[in-house]
Design a protein around this ligand. Structure first.
Ligand SMILES: Cc1cc2nc3c(=O)[nH]c(=O)nc-3n(C[C@H](O)[C@H](O)[C@H](O)COP(=O)(O)O)c2cc1C
Length: 188
């Protein structure tokens, strides 16, 4: 499952056009390795394309601990393990990911968090996930540098091998929070 924003993104001190967005690239590689269904977390209200507008809205949502309504909120009842891919926004999960987590029941399920970022690593995203899905068992997180996402396959492979349970005996899904093909993404 994933959340990602194609378009302009922050790359080592400058901006670059990236389509698809970084998290979608990582989620796509991961889905090829896991051979599992891929689901997208889609917010109802589109994020603005321009960088300033996007950061402004993300900050407002974060500061107000808002839970943006979702157009598509993946259900996880059929799965044991969820690979959750999202960008680091303001040091934590995008608030749309919190909406998704709080809309599902997590008893007996594992969450494997993958966070793309430009230097803050996982930030406090793992504790935010635990707060929103306290019953879930959280696997080790993977931080992926957005700038270098196209080279992340070896990292993913190693991460999957560390997953707590044998994948063959678990039903897994990949859920990601990406935004929209035409939306922009820039930081800071
Ligand atoms: C609103 C917003 C906030 C961000 N906050 C951070 C941050 O706090 N730390 C960080 O390292 N990167 C931050 N970034 C950069 C993104 O995490 C990074 O570019 C990510 O790979 C984008 O993924 P995407 O292209 O799938 O949206 C932010 C980007 C945006 C748009």
């Amino acid at each position: 499952m994933f959340f990602s924003v194609p378009g302009e993104t922050y790359v080592r001190g400058g901006y670059e056009e990236r389509d698809p967005g970084n998290t979608k690239v990582a989620a796509t590689f991961l889905s090829e390795m896991l051979s599992c269904p891929v689901m997208e977390i889609v917010p109802k209200e589109r994020y603005p394309r321009d960088y300033g507008g996007q950061v402004e809205r993300a900050k407002k949502e974060w500061e107000g601990a808002l839970r943006p309504e979702l157009e598509t909120c993946p259900g996880v009842s059929a799965y044991d393990d969820v690979y959750l891919c999202y960008p680091n926004w303001c040091g934590t999960i995008p608030m749309a990911v919190a909406t998704f987590l709080e809309s599902n029941a997590w008893v007996g399920k594992g969450i494997h968090p993958l966070c793309t970022n430009e230097g803050s690593g996982m930030g406090s995203s793992e504790s935010a996930i635990s707060r929103s899905a306290p019953e879930a068992v959280l696997g080790p997180g993977l931080s992926v540098c957005g700038t270098d996402v196209r080279e992340c396959r070896p990292l993913l492979k190693e991460w999957i091998s560390r997953a707590s349970s044998p994948l063959s005996s678990r039903r897994c899904a990949l859920i990601s929070n990406w935004i929209y093909p035409d939306e922009g993404n820039v930081w800071p």
